[in-house]
Design a protein around this ligand. Structure first.
Ligand code: GRF
Length: 299
């Protein structure tokens, strides 16, 4: 579902802000149609505040010591978010545990990123925990925030192998690369209205189906052109090609795979035209192109 106004994001961050930067870069690079409305930090020296200002976003420091308790602090946070008409709140290296009151006020509109494959290694020092436990694979998770610590419904995850010689720092750096891909993707899915929380599970809906798309598939320009060309083939070849193509397209394609479809279709059409094959096995082509959920590289 496309919104008429871009989604307004508020980011809460306590430190370096590299995830915030990934969000900013995705917005500035046109990959994320959102507006960064405000960045709030509980630390005056957070690099995240600098990054926000550089992007032209209001950066607000709220001093925890100026508030009698955590509830009062979170009320102040909520006040800032409301003032900036924030639709979605993203915790990005926010080192405070948020109060139930804040979570309830933002239910279903607040996400966090965590440097492990939840439910493994919640809380602090996730990378150290992973190394100490001896896992061979760790990763990153983006999840909705509930009242527990890193326990909310999971939106996206990415796996990262642990190497023999990994230290906390090298593992953290490798996980961070994945975090920077994952967070903007999760936000984009939210902005597109495609996330639906069903109990513990977050269902990711297919894209909407406006003009230029068929079934759950977004067709890029190249694909469309090839399809039209296919329509001009002699009737027999056209039937073999276009019919199967359309049928398989109806089944939906992993998001971001449109470019691969374009290339695959071109290759299959060439084979058909060169007389190498008599019909195109589109179902097989589709299996080659589609990858398991979560492995999409298309964002
Ligand atoms: C990230 O590893 C994030 O997953 C965790 O804290 C770290 C924040 O890094 N919650 P940055 O401030 O975004 O660079």
């Amino acid at each position: 579902m496309k919104r008429s106004e871009p989604l307004r994001i508020g980011v809460l961050a306590s430190g370096r802000g590299s995830n915030l930067q990934a969000i900013i870069d995705a917005i500035e690079g046109g990959k994320l149609e959102c507006r960064l409305a405000v960045v709030v930090s509980d630390r005056s020296d957070a690099q995240a505040l600098e990054r926000a200002r550089k992007h032209g976003t209001e950066a607000v420091f709220l001093d925890p010591r100026a508030h009698p308790d955590r509830e009062a602090f979170d009320r102040a946070v909520l006040g800032v978010l409301e003032k900036h008409r924030v639709d979605l709140v993203c915790l990005a290296g926010y080192m405070r545990i948020v109060t139930p009151a804040l979570v309830r006020a933002l239910a279903g509109r607040i996400m966090n990123i965590h440097p492990a494959l939840l439910p493994s290694f919640p809380g602090l020092h996730a990378q150290r925990q992973a190394l100490q436990y001896g896992v061979k694979v760790s990763g990153a998770s983006v999840h909705f925030v509930d009242e527990g610590v890193d326990t909310g419904p999971i939106i996206l995850q990415a796996a990262v192998p642990v190497r023999e010689d990994d230290t906390e720092e090298t593992l953290a750096a490798r996980i961070l690369e994945q975090e920077h891909q994952l967070y903007p993707r999760a936000i984009r899915l939210y902005a597109e209205g495609r996330l639906e929380i069903r109990g513990r599970r977050v269902h990711i809906r297919e894209r909407d189906n406006p003009a230029g798309k068929r079934g759950g598939v977004a067709m890029d320009q190249g694909t469309k052109k090839l399809l039209l060309e296919a329509m001009r083939l002699p009737p027999e070849a056209r039937a073999a090609l276009a019919g199967q193509l359309l049928e398989s397209l109806d089944e939906g394609v992993d998001e971001g795979a449109e470019g691969l479809w374009g290339a695959e279709i071109a290759r299959r059409i060439e084979e058909l035209e060169a007389g190498k094959v008599r019909a195109v096995p589109w179902a097989e082509a589709r299996r080659q192109i589609m990858r398991p959920a979560g492995e999409s590289s298309g964002s």
